[in-house]
Design a protein around this ligand. Structure first.
Ligand SMILES: Nc1ncnc2c1ncn2[C@@H]1O[C@H](COP(=O)(O)OP(=O)(O)OP(=O)(O)O)[C@@H](O)[C@H]1O
Ligand SMILES: [Mg+2]
Length: 247
């Protein structure tokens, strides 16, 4: 049984079809990359899986449980965590306190604040924020806020983790460190769906890559095959002017 199965999932915003009959299967242990030009429907798909918005039609099943009608908190307790493209930490709390909060509210919560803070410290070491654990969240840079988003999601002890552009704004060296870190997270048994515009990162990290374009799934396969897919190349060239061409 797949960990996640989406069947013909569709989301309309008025007349705009943001997600168009997407079928998607994610098996336990996989790292699946989700790519596509701006506005392709990637974040919307994550919002549907996590219950932020209801699908207009279609089915979503996680580990045998249908997600229809479940609120985001209930879906998180089933074992699905996500990061947000725009981080929204508790700005008046420390970095470590921010991570302790989900540890206290997940399905099998930490026994108390002390234990939650201890766990939070270990998770912050994993994501590279250990030295900044006592900083106020408001003092973090944008890349560090993305690491904090990841740490908060890990504190839920998810089985499936959906990452929405956690590498945006990182230097190439930081991207390499992030890839290594996500591989360690996956090796701990956490299945990953990774939305990323840094194609080098998503192609190097993912076992399989899914491409959305205008809400439709236009490719699904090993990275080496997907990068050579004519439909994928056309989708990208149609949205980004190729280097060295004018007009
Ligand atoms: N709440 C909403 N109301 C109306 N339209 C929306 C809403 N959310 C998203 N859209 C539209 O749905 C389409 C898909 O948006 P979405 O944010 O899912 O794309 P994306 O692939 O995540 O893009 P990006 O790479 O820029 O983050 C876009 O046309 C967007 O403007
Ligand atoms: Mg998005």
């Amino acid at each position: 049984m797949p960990l996640l199965r989406a069947g013909a999932v569709t989301k309309l915003f008025g007349r705009l079809v943001a997600v168009d009959r997407v079928d998607l299967v994610i098996d336990a242990g996989e790292i699946v990359g989700l790519i596509g030009p701006n506005g392709a429907g990637k974040t919307t798909l994550v919002n549907l899986i996590t219950g932020i918005e209801p699908p207009t039609s279609g089915t979503l099943v996680f580990d045998g449980t249908t997600l229809a009608g479940l609120r985001p908190a209930a879906i998180a307790r089933l074992g699905i965590a996500r990061t947000f493209q725009i981080a929204q930490p508790f700005r008046n709390m420390t970095v470590r306190q921010n991570v302790a909060v989900p540890a206290l509210f997940r399905a099998n919560p930490a026994a108390g604040v002390g234990q939650a803070l201890g766990e939070a410290g270990a998770i912050l070491d994993t994501v590279g924020l250990g030295p900044k654990r006592e900083f106020s969240a408001r003092a973090l840079t944008t890349p560090d806020l993305r690491r904090l988003e990841l740490a908060k999601a890990l504190a839920l002890r998810p089985r499936l983790l959906l990452l929405d552009e956690v590498m945006a704004g990182l230097t190439p060296a930081e991207v390499d460190a992030e890839i290594a870190m996500l591989r360690r997270v996956n090796a701990q048994g956490i299945t990953l769906l990774v939305i990323e515009h840094v194609l080098r990162a998503v192609m190097g990290l993912s076992h399989r890559v899914v491409v959305l374009h205008h809400g439709r799934k236009i490719a699904d396969g090993p990275p080496a095959r997907v990068v050579e897919d004519p439909g994928v190349i056309a989708a990208y060239l149609g949205n980004r002017r190729p280097a060295g061409r004018s007009g």
